[in-house]
Design a protein around this ligand. Structure first.
Ligand code: ADP
Length: 480
């Protein structure tokens, strides 16, 4: 198949969260299965190495409304795999700044432009994909465009697939986007794109894509309900027959404890000795005391309401005061929560280490050096860190939601089976309960090591995920 992905993020060039990891690994694995893959994405100011990139199209006229002087771009390229290429849409007015999602007045145009440019690049090059796979809200109007304005173009026969990586972010923006994308005005009604007086990008994609994918089986069920649907549950419900839940995977080129270059020492399920060195390295980096009695609990996360870390910051002091655990966190987000975690570090020197910011190398060292990894998410479409943690013998403590529920098995002290600690409710008491369970497990070294080895043996393969995506593409092709 010829497959075009359209995405605002692709690692390692651009990544704000799991989406960047997912598109990169999916594209590589689809190529490994023999498909021809192109990934269209903006060339942000922060993308390294633009001088070394090839040029696919030096000047591409993009069919959008608005200022004609802003309607052209360049398309640069980098090979991701022998049959996979990334097309970077270069347009400095829209994407020259470093941020992926800046707050700007032209957010709608900026979100819509690169997708439309990708379609125009296909038309200009005569490269007509079988499947166009759109990712998250910024690309939501592409299936609408292909179903209306571009229906009779050579792209009108492409099957369209929309992946929802997080339903909370929908792109509710001004209706001026309709003439910009040359979409018909009749789409501005509640049964179509209209929502609270604006155009809802994601709603458009959900309505018009031939197939919808979300990133875990449990999340595919959750988004049908008011608690997780963020107002779009009825729109999703109407498309339920065309909805697939497909788990992301672990990119072993990036996350392999036996080969990871960021670690003080490598290790494996057969020989965990190196993990001790990783813990010491992490304790040293964060100036924590070398306390081997207490487990080290880690977090790497965006500090947003979704992640439930406000619950963690309330639950932790009790355990820290009693000297029962150590804690490290890497992340950034809501400033009040950053402040709360900084305060935690001030209150418990030698037991808490906080790094506000984004640091890829440190994220690997935290995954390797911790004993437990905490994810008390209110919702979690897939979650990647719990899978990285398991691959590194770091037991996840997770709330039973979305992909967390689908990947972590609660430790059962009767059967001695399990890969982590799973709790049900998004409240402080439940987080405290889960931490107590983790401490009890850590206090039984044989059980703890058994759980670590079971976790490390879990396989979250991108190959399997890519195969499931292909099956979904085939259904989309039938339905187009
Ligand atoms: P989300 O996409 O909701 O942020 P995921 O768990 O799916 O959550 O993916 C988050 C990804 O971003 C993981 O690869 C994680 O390691 C990475 N990440 C998040 N915050 C940071 C940070 N501060 N530094 C380094 N990596 C981070």
């Amino acid at each position: 198949m010829k497959i075009l992905h359209i995405t605002p993020e692709i690692a390692p060039w651009s990544k704000a969260g799991g989406l960047g990891d997912a598109t990169s690994a999916l594209a590589k694995n689809l190529a490994a299965l023999g498909h021809e893959v192109r990934v269209a994405t903006p060339l942000y100011g922060s993308v390294p190495g633009r001088e070394q990139m090839g040029t696919v199209l030096d000047s591409l006229k993009v069919d959008v409304g608005g200022d004609p002087a802003k309607a052209a771009c360049r398309v640069r390229s980098v090979d991701l795999a022998p049959t996979a290429q990334v097309w970077f849409i270069e347009h400095d007015d829209y994407y020259g700044a470093r941020e992926i999602y800046p707050a700007r007045e032209d957010t709608a145009e900026r979100a819509a432009f690169f997708g439309r440019a990708a379609l125009d690049a296909c038309l200009q090059l005569g490269w007509i994909p079988d499947v166009i796979h759109c990712h998250d809200w910024t690309t939501g109007l592409i299936p609408v465009l292909l179903n209306t304005t571009l229906k009779s173009s050579p792209l009108g026969r492409c099957a369209t697939v929309l992946s929802i990586h997080n339903l909370q972010h929908q792109g509710l923006l001004s209706r001026r986007i309709l003439p910009f994308l040359r979409l018909p005005e009749w789409l501005f009604k509640p049964e179509e794109l209209e929502c609270l007086g604006g155009v809802n990008f994601l709603k458009g994609g959900i309505r018009h894509a031939n197939r919808i994918i979300t990133v875990s089986a449990t999340y595919a069920q959750e988004i049908l309900t008011p608690a997780f649907g963020f107002g779009l549950q009825d729109v999703v419900l109407r498309r339920q027959a065309h909805l697939d839940g497909i788990l992301n995977g672990v990119d072993l080129d990036e996350w392999d404890a036996q080969k990871d270059k960021h670690l003080a020492k490598n290790f494996s399920a057969q020989d965990l000795a190196g993990k001790r060195a990783c813990k010491l390295d992490l304790q040293k980096q964060f100036k924590l005391t070398d306390d081997s009695q207490a487990p080290l609990v880690g977090v790497i996360s965006r500090l947003w309401d979704q992640k439930g870390l406000d619950l963690a910051v309330q639950a932790l002091p009790k355990f820290l005061r009693a000297g029962r655990l150590q804690f490290v966190l890497l992340g950034s987000g809501d400033s009040w929560l950053e402040q709360e975690f900084r305060r935690l570090a001030d209150n418990f020197p030698g037991r808490v280490g906080i790094r506000i910011g984004y640091d890829q190398a440190l994220s690997h060292r935290i995954e390797a050096g911790c004993d437990f990894f905490l994810m008390p998410s209110r919702f979690e479409p897939c979650g990647l860190n719990q899978m990285y943690s398991m691959a590194y013998g770091t037991l996840p403590i997770v709330r039973a939601t979305g992909g967390l529920a689908d990947t972590v098995q609660h430790w059962n002290s009767t059967t001695h089976q399990g890969t982590g600690i799973v709790f049900q409710h998004a409240d402080v008491g439940a987080v405290e309960w889960a931490i107590e369970q983790a401490l009890a497990l850590y206090a039984r070294p044989a059980d703890f090591v058994s759980a670590q080895k079971q976790a490390m043996r879990e396989e979250f393969s991108w190959r399997k995920s890519a195969q499931a995506h292909v099956a979904s593409y085939e259904k989309a092709l039938e339905q187009r």
